[in-house]
Design a protein around this ligand. Structure first.
Ligand code: NAP
Length: 499
């Protein structure tokens, strides 16, 4: 990957960029206002100011978007795979040309530091490139049945119109991680980004349009009433698939709604990742990995390490070393030079992080740094380290979703495994050890869909991302990703040699 020049941000540059973002819904290849002219506002979480007013879709608009996706389904499914792939590939190329704009836009609507936004543009873009390549690799099989009386043909077909719902924490990557495999497979979509961060998806659609995407294949609805607008789309018998990324409680509700139509569902839900450090670990690397696994995206990642589980003989040293690193963080608006910690998404996120910290301290944990909200504009929480966290503390059970590093200790491998698996979530786990056999045992013993072995960041478009237990169903990315949008058909034909 080539060197990326620093993104510069001035008030004028921000205003010019925001003016380029469409403020309407995208339905059947047209930018249209919401029915009744309803609008919603988008805010910069580092200042609380309104940065854009956009269309606020109602149930009527949701129905129009699904109508468009249904109407376009047949022709998109019969569009040659190479052509579908080339639309994605051109979109990838256009995104590279506009990466600075997308990075700045994400920082404005979500708050993460610009360097991290650029990282998300690179990561999110890779789904466009990966699935542009996968579009032409959809295959089946042909064989003689065991009796020799017939020929078995197994073929793959697009599932049909899909509804995609994305969260606010990775505004671009969560959209491309769903749109790219759906389009590659030959499915049309309605996508609903989160109300808090809809702008990246709207700008992405301008690239898809420029890349030659036919009308109706992708439709975007932005709304302040997600439950009300989504329910009739999910209940519509023409919809064949729901792909959701967000919290476990909302995912559970959507699985219930999907039951009626027996929809295919993909669910990328919450996490409570353990980060286990054994006494034989390379501590320098473990500290680097801990900082990345915890503070990337200001702690607001489903893959964020939630529970640091450190061998009792090194817990104090580990705590001291991460605290030193955390004290050196620079807090501020993500557009400022050198800022490593931006704001949390809103007041509720600040209140939740603080409640978890206060509960842990109240039950006997020790505060090493941070521990309160910052008195300034925007929704900032101090980067925090707490250690000696006691069993039963809320912070061990709930997703923190903030810049709080919480340490507890263990005695031996069985104890580490018991603590790590003591959660209803199972998205990712991190393990640091120099012992290969122990690392392999942990791969088999951790109840998670993914694992970082001596690494703190593992996401990759070429890998199957997803969880077990209440962290979800299905996989996004990798060879597996496109199969979420394909259904398998088996056909039997007679033995062609029989008379
Ligand atoms: P959320 O509250 O569940 O919202 C996610 C999306 O669902 C948003 O677009 C939201 O729209 C929409 N939504 C909420 N209620 C709905 C309903 N009743 N019907 C239809 N749509 C509804 O989650 P979030 O706070 O945005 O995101 C954070 C969560 O996402 C965390 O739990 C995190 O772990 C998880 N996450 C998981 C992954 C993964 O791959 N496993 C990746 C990233 C994030 P509005 O916000 O506009 O209401």
């Amino acid at each position: 990957m080539s060197e990326t020049p620093a993104v510069t941000s001035t008030e004028t540059a921000e205003a010019e960029l925001l003016a380029q973002v469409p403020n309407q819904l995208y339905i059947n290849g047209e930018w249209v206002p919401a029915a009744g002219g309803r609008t919603l506002t988008v805010h910069d979480p580092s200042t609380g100011t309104v940065i854009k007013t956009i269309a606020d879709a109602s149930v009527t608009d949701g129905a129009a978007a699904l109508d468009a996706a249904v109407a376009a389904q047949e022709s998109w499914a019969s569009t040659p795979p190479r052509v579908r792939g080339e639309v994605l590939r051109r979109t990838f190329d256009l995104l590279q040309e506009r990466k600075q704009d997308f990075a700045l836009l994400m920082t404005l609507e979500m708050g993460k530091p610009l360097a991290e936004s650029l990282g998300e543009v690179a990561y999110g873009g890779e789904f466009l490139r990966w699935f542009s390549e996968e579009a032409v690799r959809i295959t089946g099989r042909y064989g003689v049945n065991p009796e020799g009386t017939g020929r078995m043909i197994v073929s793959q077909h697009p599932v049909g119109p899909c509804f995609l719902i994305t969260p606010w924490n990775f505004p671009l990557a969560m959209a491309t991680r769903k749109i790219a495999p759906a389009l590659a497979a030959g499915c049309t979509v309605v996508i609903k980004p989160a109300e808090l961060t809809p702008l990246s998806t709207l700008l992405l659609v301008t690239l898809l349009e420029e890349a030659g995407l036919p009308a109706g294949v992708v439709n975007v609805i932005t709304t302040s009433t997600s439950g009300e607008v989504s329910a009739p789309i999910i209940a519509d018998p023409r919809l064949r698939k729901l792909s959701f990324t967000g919290s476990t409680p909302v995912g559970q509700k959507l699985i219930e709604q999907s039951a009626k139509g027996v929809l295919r569902t993909s669910m990328e839900l919450g996490g409570n990742a353990p980060f286990v450090v054994f006494d034989d670990a390379d501590l320098d690397k473990a500290v680097d990995g801990a900082i990345a696994a915890k503070f990337r995206n200001i702690g607001q990642a489903c893959t964020a390490a939630n529970r640091f589980i450190v061998h009792e003989s090194i817990a104090e040293e580990f705590a001291g070393r991460v605290t030193e690193r955390v004290k050196a963080f620079r807090i501020g608006r993500g557009t400022e030079d050198g800022v490593t910690i931006g704001p949390l998404i809103d007041d509720r996120a600040v209140a939740k992080a603080d409640a978890l910290v206060q509960d842990a301290l109240g039950r006997g944990a020790t505060l090493l740094t941070g521990g309160s909200a910052l008195e300034r504009d925007g929704t900032f929480y101090e980067p925090t380290v707490i250690t000696g966290v006691k069993p039963g503390s809320d912070i061990l059970r709930e997703e923190i979703f903030g810049p709080v590093l919480s340490i507890t200790s263990f005695t031996d491998e069985d104890d580490a495994v018991r603590i790590a698996n003591d959660t209803e979530y199972g998205l990712v786990g991190y393990v640091y050890t120099r012992d290969l056999a122990r690392g392999q045992r942990m791969i088999e013993r951790l109840q998670t869909g993914m694992m970082g072995l001596n690494l703190g960041v593992i996401s990759n478009a070429a890998a199957p991302f997803g969880g077990v237990k209440q962290s979800g169903l299905g996989r996004e990315g990798g060879f597996e990703g496109i199969h979420e949008y394909l259904s398998t058909k088996y056909t039997l034909t007679p033995d062609p040699f029989a008379g």
